[in-house]
Structures are given as structure tokens and as C-alpha cells.
Design a protein around this ligand. Structure first.
Ligand code: H2U
Ligand code: ZN
Length: 347
């Protein structure tokens, strides 16, 4: 049966004001992607060579404490400095084409667990809750000094992650970075027009339509967004108008750890592999009145067909615009089909 989404079309991302080309006819053939089972990647609970394991030495000689739960430290190779020198290009004759700006900030690493072999979906919900609370604490603490606190996780070698030990990062800056600036502008314009946050209205509509929903609980909604560029991209949204992580109530924090466990397990089960992705939180700039902002997390996983076949954002994507094959609706359906028991526990 053909439907209106079967032919090439473009979809608009209202958050970034960018377009994506959807070419679903390339995927109308039956699904034949292999699901390759992970080749023996059983890791030890403790690795004496890991710079994130408890008690081990990091580059520079600092010893990690014998931590339980989460552990946060300042990145030994921080991309930002708290005190930044003024920019060098001050040649006023050429200022327009050689513009630079000072930036100050700090980078930290967040260890999710002392157990080297775990990942978020393999952790107990109570342990994921500790990660959620650490994200909130970091947002509050760094938000005292910085305007933007970017919490993120690179998971898996495919996303350039240097170490399998479960960890994420936080980079805080005195300025809004480019993605934040785009979302700030679109959300402001939408709020001025409609008097509601863009992503609040969007979540309501997705619940009504249902075909892109992956998971929902009493506080959260996980969807493959209508404008997804990555094959199994996901957007995680609170159901209540919520500006930042630090606004989450205890029940919403618990619900968040539960929905994370479920959707990340679905991710792993899809190709029976530890699903790589980059994820991160976007919320209102700290200490600013921002009723137009709605807190959300983006998940950008690169895999397309199997544990081995990933989507490359190259040629057309780099030079023209993002393009995808399977529709977001098909991706959501495939994720909904997955079991919520982790494949490593199948008997
Ligand atoms: P990724 O695996 O996502 O790259 O994160 C690991 C971070 O840990 C990376 O930013 C830091 C790297 O700079 N790091 C330390 O701070 N100390 C070390 O001893 C090694 C790695
Ligand atoms: Zn480790």
C-alpha cells in the first residue's frame, strides 16, 4: 500500500529551522538487514588500564577515588579554560571577515558507575537515577557561573568514544553555542506567536498522532522526531512545561531513569549490540527568564542496518542537506517492536 510518505519529500525541523530530505522509496524493499550478535565484548568489572575505574591513575598523575555511584572530575584535557585570553584578531580593517570572540568555560567528565563493564541500559534504574541527579547537580553548580551547561554522552567507538567505561561529559561556557542559539531563536519565535513552548505543543501533537512514539510514561515522551536526520534518532521530552534539568521534580527524575532504561534497552536490542550514539541535554540558559524553552534530550545514533552498517553523513548531507532513507515512522515502529528485556539477558 502506498501512502503519502512513500515518495521523496522534505521535512522541516522547527527547532533549528533546517530541512531534511526523506527518501523512503529506497527502503521499500523488505527489511533484510542482519542483526549481528555482538562478538565477545565481555569486559571486566574492573580494568587496571582504565583511567576512569576507581583507584586508577589518570594522565597527569591524579588518582581516582574509590568511588561508588557517580564520580565527576575536571577533564585533564579541557577544551575550555576558565580564564580565556582576549581573541587575537583585532585588526579593525578586516574585522568583518576575521571575527573572533573570547570564550571561557570548563570541561568535566562524569563517570556513571564504578563498574567498567556497564552501560546505561545495563544499569539498575536506581543507578541510572544517580546519573540523572548528577546531571542536575552539575547543571545547578556550573549554572552559577556559566550561561550554558552542555551535558552529553558519546557512547561507542563509532561515536569517537575513547573508553568503554560508562561515562559522559559536561562542558560549560559563558556563551550560547551554535546549536543552542538556533534553538533559542526558534523557540522564542514560536512562543511569541503561540504563547506555549514549541516542544510542549509538539509533544502533545505526537501523543495525539502516536505513530512516532517509542515510549511514554507519566512524565516523559520518547519519539523519533518528525524531522529526524539520523536513522534511529530520538527526542526525549518532559510532558510538563519544564525549562531545565534543575526544574525536574523527584517523581520526574525517577520517571526519567525508567524511560531511559527502556528506550536504551530497545536501542541495544535493535541490532543486538551496544548501540552507539551521541546524546545530550538542551535546556534554558541558566538564570534567564526563558518560558519559551522546553527541556529535551537529543539522541543521535549512527547505525542504519546492523551493528556494522552505519549511516554516513557525507556528500549530499555535507554539501546540500541531511537525507534519510527509512521514514521516522518506520524507525519508531521498529523500536516499538523491540523487547524491553536486554538481549544479554535472553536465556
Ligand atoms: P570520551 O571517551 O567521550 O572522549 O571522553 C573521555 C574524556 O576523558 C576525554 O574528553 C578525558 C578526555 O579528555 N580524559 C581525562 O580527563 N583524563 C585522562 O586521564 C584520560 C581522558
Ligand atoms: Zn574502567
Amino acid at each position: 500500500m502506498t501512502n503519502k510518505h512513500d515518495s521523496p519529500h522534505r521535512r522541516h525541523n522547527p527547532l533549528t529551522a533546517e530541512w531534511v530530505l526523506v527518501s523512503p522509496h529506497r527502503m521499500t524493499r523488505p527489511w533484510q538487514g542482519q542483526t549481528e550478535t555482538e562478538v565477545n565484548t565481555e569486559l571486566p568489572e574492573y580494568d587496571s588500564d582504565c583511567y576512569l575505574c576507581p583507584g586508577n591513575e589518570r594522565t597527569g598523575g591524579t588518582l581516582n577515588p574509590d568511588y561508588s555511584g557517580t564520580f565527576v572530575f575536571t577533564n585533564d584535557f579541557s577544551a575550555l579554560l576558565e580564564e580565556s585570553p582576549k581573541p587575537i584578531d583585532k585588526d579593525t580593517n578586516h574585522a568583518e571577515l576575521f571575527l573572533s570572540k573570547e570564550v571561557s568555560g570548563t570541561c568535566r567528565v562524569i563517570c556513571f558507575s564504578p563498574n567498567h563493564r556497564l552501560t546505561l541500559p545495563k544499569m539498575e534504574t536506581s543507578a541510572i537515577l544517580k546519573v540523572v541527579r548528577t546531571w542536575i547537580a552539575q547543571t545547578c553548580e556550573l549554572g552559577e557561573t556559566y550561561r550554558w551547561v552542555q551535558i552529553f554522552e558519546n557512547k561507542g567507538e563509532a561515536m569517537g568514544c575513547s573508553n568503554p567505561h560508562p561515562h559522559g561529559q559536561v562542558w560549560a561556557t559563558n556563551v550560547l553555542p551554535t546549536e543552542a542559539e538556533k534553538e533559542q531563536l526558534s523557540q522564542k519565535q514560536y512562543y511569541e506567536k503561540h504563547g506555549k513552548p514549541l516542544l510542549y505543543s509538539y509533544a502533545q501533537s505526537e501523543i495525539e498522532l502516536g505513530n512516532r512514539v517509542i515510549e511514554q510514561n507519566s512524565s516523559w515522551l520518547a519519539v523519533v522526531p518528525y524531522w529526524a536526520t539520523w536513522p534511529f534518532e530520538m527526542l526525549l521530552l518532559p510532558l510538563r512545561a519544564t525549562q531545565r534539568l534543575s526544574d525536574l521534580k523527584p517523581k520526574e527524575q525517577e520517571d526519567l531513569s525508567e524511560i531511559l532504561k527502556l528506550v536504551l534497552t530497545r536501542y541495544d536490542n535493535l541490532f543486538q549490540t551496544s548501540f552507539p550514539y551521541s546524546m545530550g541535554w538542551h535546556g534554558a540558559p541558566l538564570k534567564e527568564q526563558s518560558p519559551h524553552w522546553q527541556l529535551h534530550a537529543h539522541f543521535y545514533p549512527p547505525l542504519l542496518r546492523s551493528a556494522e552498517v552505519k549511516k554516513f553523513m557525507v556528500g549530499y548531507e555535507l554539501l546540500a542537506e541531511a537525507q534519510r532513507d527509512l521514514t521516522p515512522e518506520q524507525a519508531a515502529e521498529r523500536l516499538r517492536e523491540q523487547a524491553v528485556l536486554h538481549y544479554s539477558q535472553y536465556s
